[in-house]
Write a protein of this length. Structure first.
Ligand SMILES: [Zn+2]
Ligand SMILES: [Zn+2]
Length: 131
């Protein structure tokens, strides 16, 4: 089933064709800053699986200059995280929270658990570490 998503203000919308290759929670400090939360929950798909439906002109990409590959995309009006290609262009990272529904199983791996926020130190998410 095609997954529909979009930003908070509604300017940007997109569709993702299944299946996704991975669904990962990342607890690194960069994802904390980019999401304002304890972790990023991201789907990984191939670039051809994404179709922008509206608002592509509102999508801003930010590549962290001193990072090997970290980037984020967001709506310039409302700031919501949006899909973006990895710097290699081989994969597309889709913030799961941008989806409107239709996804019925959660992340299966976690990344950078050792870098999790100090206020999350006692929490255990029960996921295996990413290979
Ligand atoms: Zn928006
Ligand atoms: Zn991260």
């Amino acid at each position: 089933m095609t997954l529909h998503g979009g930003c908070l203000c509604g300017a940007v919308s997109f569709e993702i064709d299944p299946p996704h290759a991975r669904f990962v929670r990342c607890y690194c400090s960069r994802c904390r800053k980019a999401t304002g939360s304890a972790c990023a929950s991201n789907l990984y798909v191939a670039p051809h699986q994404l179709r922008w439906l509206a608002g592509i002109a509102e999508v801003v990409r930010f590549d962290l200059p001193d990072a090997r590959s970290f980037a984020t995309s967001f709506c310039r009006r409302c700031g919501s995280p949006l899909p973006h290609a990895t710097r290699s262009g081989r994969e597309l990272i889709v913030p799961a929270g941008a989806l409107d529904g239709g996804l019925h199983h959660g992340p299966t791996r976690r990344a950078h658990w050792a870098s999790r926020a100090s206020w999350l130190a006692e929490h255990e998410d029960g996921l295996p570490d990413e290979a």
